[in-house]
Write a protein that binds this ligand. Structure first.
Ligand SMILES: *Cc1c(COP(=O)(O)O)cnc(C)c1O
Length: 500
């Protein structure tokens, strides 16, 4: 599970400090076609220590940790409460991903094989939402970075492909994982098929029943799919004993997949969000976007993304935060979460488990309690009790802000978006769209022509039942109640600050 930094206690394999050049860093040599031609080029351009292939795909992922003013607190072993050692993770993840999890390298090379596969859908488009601007009658300029062009229809293949690649390269035969709405499951099923890996997915029962098409995508790509809780694992059986009709949750499904990986030596576990290496892989979004905005001479004033575990948001925002920390730009960076699962805005910042049963390491993160089961909002990908430790840390450092929005407003925004821009957003990015519309309407009031950059992280072609609910007027706002969360909050382990 998420290990923000194991480096407090165990020396890293590759060590550097933020003031030293890393061995992966390359000096910036702008390509001819990228040279300044327009007056108002994105200022970050010249300082971006990164490079791109001939098509504009980044050749390196960006690790924000060495650039932060403080190190993130280390994950702790769930029994000893000692900071976790990389070895503790080796039953779950291949070596290279563990290295990336604890790396202090600012840039990490993307393997050629992975860049080649990224080329199936990358670079993804950066689109100006002119028709939405017109509808809102706003002086703001709205741009969205669209990740729905990937085979699975979201940003998740950006990390599924390298995860499958490293597992296959290290001789692993099978990967197991959990999935909520099915976005991650279908992404890892797709990636596994490219590397001849067996893939087994525990899908949250409620989605398994309600979303047959995601399950069929996984099966088409060759994966085996089980509803979670299942009777195939001890974790699943223990939940079913107390609640035979449990609709499941991401936390429960994680418990099941982790258990299977821990018990089988040829099997590793994959996670689609939350961990450092996942956020790292997603930075292709932001690196590409910095390049694209530079080419059209725009600099974002506000960057908005939805947060479930934090990976699409971090993927877009972290490269921009790097430039902000250098003082090159100063955009507001805003995460948007559902009112029904507000881990950043209403959760506590504490050590907690990543799963429901309590098998994973303890991670310091914003959490609603590891056995909090959010109401069944349509944005299944945002129904997670915690938040990436790295996003939580960046939030604590004051480098970003967060808001929550109820689902009816989100779908109102999604309908406006679909009827002007054409694309039908997945339920998750409707949160980013609703927040973008709020900001654009504020600009209308103040007369400011801000540049708003939005993470449009996936399409909603398999989520049309949610639109059906909305269009029939049957959607309800589910909001988090202090009452519902009191018991889960009380079960967050009491880990003393001195153990950090
Ligand atoms: C999984 C998913 C999310 C939530 O995960 P993050 O790690 O927060 O990005 C959001 N949107 C879509 C389309 C997803 O598939």
């Amino acid at each position: 599970m998420a290990m923000p930094s194991l480096l407090h206690t165990s020396p890293p394999q590759i060590s550097c400090t933020s003031s030293e050049p890393t061995k992966h860093s390359v000096s910036f040599a702008p390509k001819k076609q990228l040279l300044m031609q327009r007056k108002h080029r994105l200022q970050v351009k010249a300082s971006t220590v990164n490079n791109y292939d001939a098509h504009g795909i980044p050749k390196q992922w960006y690790n924000i940790i060495p650039d932060l003013p403080a190190m993130p607190p280390p994950p702790l072993h769930p029994r000893t409460l000692e900071p976790l050692k990389p070895d503790d993770l080796s039953s779950l993840f291949p070596d290279e991903l563990i290295r990336q999890e604890v790396s202090l390298d600012r840039f990490i090379d993307i393997p050629d094989e992975v860049i080649d596969i990224y080329g199936l859908w990358r670079p993804t488009p950066l689109i100006r939402a002119k028709r939405l601007e017109k509808l809102l009658d706003t002086p703001a300029r709205i741009y969205y970075k669209y990740e729905g062009t990937s085979p699975a229809g979201s940003h998740k293949p950006n990390t599924a492909v390298p995860q499958a690649f490293y597992n296959a390269r290290e001789g692993i035969k099978k990967v197991v994982t959990e999935t909520g709405a099915g976005q991650w499951g279908s992404s890892i099923a797709f990636a596994s098929s490219l590397f001849d890996l067996d893939c087994e997915v525990w899908q949250v029962r409620a989605s398994y029943d309600q979303k047959p098409y995601r399950k069929l995508m996984m099966q088409t790509w060759g994966a085996r799919v089980h509803p979670s809780p299942s009777d195939l694992t001890e974790a699943g059986r223990s939940i079913l004993e107390t609640d035979p009709l449990s609709p499941g949750s991401l936390g429960i499904a994680i418990s099941e997949a982790v258990e299977v990986a821990a018990k089988n030596s040829d099997t590793k576990y994959c996670l689609g969000s939350v961990l450092n290496h996942v956020l790292l892989h997603q930075t292709v979004i932001g690196e590409e976007c910095i390049n694209q905005m530079g080419e059209i001479g725009e600099t974002p004033d506000v960057i908005i993304g939805c947060t479930g575990g934090g990976s699409n948001f971090g993927g877009l925002a972290f490269p921009f935060i790097r430039e902000k920390l250098k003082g090159k730009i100063s955009p507001v960076i805003r995460a948007v979460e559902p009112s029904a699962c507000p881990s950043l805005t209403k959760g506590v910042y504490a050590y907690d488990y990543g799963d429901t049963v309590g098998m994973t390491p303890l991670m310091k993160m914003h959490t609603l309690g590891h056995d909090f089961i959010p109401d069944p909002i349509h944005a299944g990908g945002l129904r997670y009790h915690g938040m990436a430790p790295l996003i939580s840390h960046v939030y604590e450092l004051g480098l970003m802000e967060a808001i929550s929005i109820p689902q009816i407003e989100c779908f109102q925004g999604a309908i406006q978006f679909a009827r002007t821009e054409g694309l039908i957003p997945a339920p998750e990015p409707t949160h980013a769209i609703a927040a973008t519309i709020r900001e654009a309407l504020l600009c209308k009031e103040t007369g400011e022509s801000k540049v708003i950059l939005t993470a449009m992280c996936g399409h909603g072609h398999f989520d049309l039942p949610a639109y059906d609910k909305y269009l029939r007027g049957e959607m309800i706002n589910l909001s988090y109640s202090d009452e519902k969360v009191r018991a889960p909050m009380a079960k967050i382990p009491q880990v003393l600050a001195t153990q950090m």
